[in-house]
Design a protein around this ligand. Structure first.
Ligand SMILES: *Cc1c(COP(=O)(O)O)cnc(C)c1O
Length: 394
């Protein structure tokens, strides 16, 4: 009761009041005209968000469901794929592929680093039977942004599909799928889209649709071709996640009213703010070079346990941070700043992080991290007049 709850986790993320009010509405029927209208309106906005001409399919599942639907819909058992594995979500591609019976080659990337497109090109040269490359646009477990635009430049000229998990990237950093040449882009509702979990979105390129038409369905529920037929009629194959779709219409309105460029710039500025603050606290940034715009991962000083820091920040300050994942569980803290998170939340996050590290027995120095991080935010947000956003990986 004494603190506001600040959800600075890399999903789920806080819900804006406008979205919560829509989610509170009574049910409407998913086969009637009001819902169909909402679906059609949502499609137009989703195409802007995804940067695609094609339909964007809503699926009733978490993000992993869309990853599953993509691999099952685009690859047949026995086909060979290449998975880029530089974190927990890269591993998940491999796990899904194994259940699907795919031949899985893995390109291992050191956690905290981004994949090098030339390494992918070399793998594709050595194995001309690779049908698809699976990657995370943003590897949420490490805070890395992979060079998806450059990867697409490698795959688009070959007979290889690029399947991109954009769950912590869509609505957070630019990822225009048609322009870049991504064949499958998917996301989930609970990160940049400011919605509760439970809805996933997936879009395919024309050549991916051709491929999907050749793959026999592997299960009854996920059927991309049937979902596409339904979406064109303002419907979904089975009962729609009605409230989430109506909430999505509202959150897309918010994003597009602000303008995607402004949204991406805000995300960039929050990233600069968190990174500057963490450095001023004497913390080592876990993704030093190619970092995502929706979260900041930091290494804790030796001997300080991440679960303790997470616990103190929540109990004492109402700030919910995330620990690391897997082998980084006790040594890394992730500060989420995607979706409905603003500069004041990030300042709160930095303050809670410092106090919690100190409570756990660490020492963060005496630099004025708040002023430094706020100055970095303002500079990134305002920049020189009309300055373009930094080009990713250029
Ligand atoms: C959150 C996340 C997922 C997992 O999504 P679920 O909704 O938990 O299934 C997968 N990939 C990335 C990159 C994510 O950030």
């Amino acid at each position: 009761m004494l603190n506001k709850t600040r959800l600075l986790t890399p999903g789920p993320t806080p819900l804006p009041e406008r979205v919560r009010l829509v989610l509170a509405q009574d049910m409407i029927h998913h086969r009637k005209s009001a819902f169909k209208q909402a679906m059609h309106a949502t499609q137009e906005k989703l195409r802007v968000l995804f940067g695609t001409e094609g339909p964007v399919l809503p699926l009733s599942c978490s993000g992993t469901g869309a990853m599953t639907a993509a691999l099952h819909g685009l690859c047949a058992p026995g086909e060979r794929i290449l998975v880029i594995e530089g974190g927990k979500f890269g591993q998940r591609w491999r796990e899904i592929a194994q259940v699907r019976g795919l031949e899985c080659l893995t390109l291992e990337v050191e956690w905290g680093q981004a994949v090098r497109p030339q390494d992918v090109a070399r793998m594709l040269d050595a194995h001309p039977d690779i049908a698809a490359v699976c990657v995370q646009v943003s590897e949420t477990s490490t805070g890395v942004l992979h060079p998806v635009r450059e990867l697409a430049a490698v795959t688009r000229g070959r007979d290889v599909l690029l399947i991109a998990d954009g769950i912590s990237a869509v609505g957070i950093s630019p990822c225009p799928m048609d322009d870049w040449g991504i064949d499958c882009l998917l996301t989930g509702s609970q990160k940049g889209l400011m919605l509760p979990p439970g809805l996933a979105l997936l879009a395919l390129s024309p050549r991916a649709w051709e491929k999907a038409a050749q793959v026999a369905p592997s299960c009854f529920y996920f059927n991309l071709l049937k979902e596409r037929d339904n979406v064109l009629k303002g419907q979904t194959l089975f009962t729609s996640p009605v409230s989430l779709i109506l909430g999505l219409a509202e959150s897309l309105d918010m994003l597009l009213e602000a303008g995607l460029d402004a949204v991406y710039r805000k995300q960039w500025a929050l990233t600069m703010m968190a990174r500057t603050g963490a450095k001023a606290l004497g913390l080592e940034l876990f993704a030093p070079a190619h970092f995502t715009w929706g979260l900041t991962s930091v290494r804790l000083p030796a001997g300080i346990s991440a679960p303790d820091v997470v616990k103190y920040a929540a109990e004492d300050y109402g700030v919910y941070l995330a620990g690391g994942q897997d082998r980084l569980k006790s040594s890394v803290i992730r500060i989420g700043h995607m979706g409905w998170v603003d500069w004041a939340d990030v300042l709160a996050g930095l303050s809670a992080l410092k106090a919690s590290i100190e409570k756990a027995g660490g020492w963060c120095g005496s630099r004025d991290y708040l002023s430094l991080s706020f100055a970095a935010y303002r500079q990134a947000l305002e920049g020189p007049a009309g300055a373009p956003l930094p080009l990713i990986h250029s």
